[in-house]
Write a protein that binds this ligand. Structure first.
Ligand code: 13P
Length: 251
């Protein structure tokens, strides 16, 4: 199972250093063989034993690669360049310094801030050319949901990206379930994941108000390969607890 924590605009460099240390300790005590995401190509052949944890801190809070013992550190955002005159942006040279080779692309919160399809596609192609692992986020808003046109919407969001990229992970995050404390209904998640599975063999995550109470029901869905957790990952002990609950049957 892939369990990713999106810290969004939370945690400073100092607090994330403590977070990373506590997460390493917690994962060591949980005692699974947590696989670093570097081996994602093996996911489909070894799903039952593949447990990988990824955390996306703010870029200014990245820790040294050596501080990520049992988890991978990813970038919430980057600009498709190595470096250059792009005020305020973070390029690949800056990610490389921290050994970051997992990136989030297409999150609805970034789309909401003005990232359009053209930029998202450019980011995808750049990350692919770099060989980064990509968690590509898709998800409909509540009006699309109520109009029962989510599938067309999701297929549009996925058009123009290489769905066969071997380091692709797709995260389904319905916007109406993000940050509300109420996840989408499991039957509905199951239906959408089945649809996404018909489009791609990439591992499929669900995100949107995942917490310690609903993680098992969601992660046991047939096509669910993991979760992308927001607020329930911000407190490291809560995140460790969630990981423990999600993986305890494998002990
Ligand atoms: P919440 O878990 O807070 O709903 O956030 C989900 C999310 O946006 C993860 O990327």
């Amino acid at each position: 199972m892939i369990i990713a924590g999106n810290l969004k605009c939370n945690h400073t460099r100092a607090s994330f250093q403590n977070y990373a240390m506590a997460l390493n300790d917690g994962l060591r005590d949980i005692c699974h063989n947590f696989t670093l995401l570097d081996n994602i190509q093996n996911f489909n052949s070894n799903k039952a034993n593949f447990n990988s944890i990824i955390v996306f801190p703010p870029s200014v809070a990245f820790v040294e690669a050596s501080a990520c013992k049992y988890f991978s550190q990813g970038a919430q955002n980057f600009y498709p360049c190595d470096s250059g005159s792009f005020t305020g942006e973070v390029g690949a040279n800056m990610l490389d310094e921290f050994g970051v080779n997992v990136v989030l692309i297409g999150h609805s919160e970034r789309r909401g801030l003005g990232e359009n399809d053209e930029l998202i596609k450019a980011k995808f192609n750049f990350a692919k050319q770099k060989g980064y692992k990509i968690i590509f986020c898709v998800g409909e808003d509540d009006i699309t949901y109520m109009n029962a046109s989510a599938k067309e919407f999701l297929s549009d969001e996925l058009s123009g990206i290489d769905l066969n990229y071997e380091k692709l992970i797709i995260a389904y995050e319905p916007i109406f379930a993000i940050g509300t404390g109420v996840s989408a209904k499991t039957q509905y998640i199951a239906e959408i994941l089945e649809y996404l599975r018909s489009l791609s063999n990439a591992p499929l995550l669900y995100g949107g108000s995942v917490n310690c109470q609903n993680i098992n029901e969601i992660s046991s869905l047939k096509h669910c390969d993991g979760v992308l957790v927001g607020s329930a990952s911000w407190d490291v002990q809560n995140f460790i607890n969630l990981i423990n609950i999600a993986t305890k049957d494998q002990k």
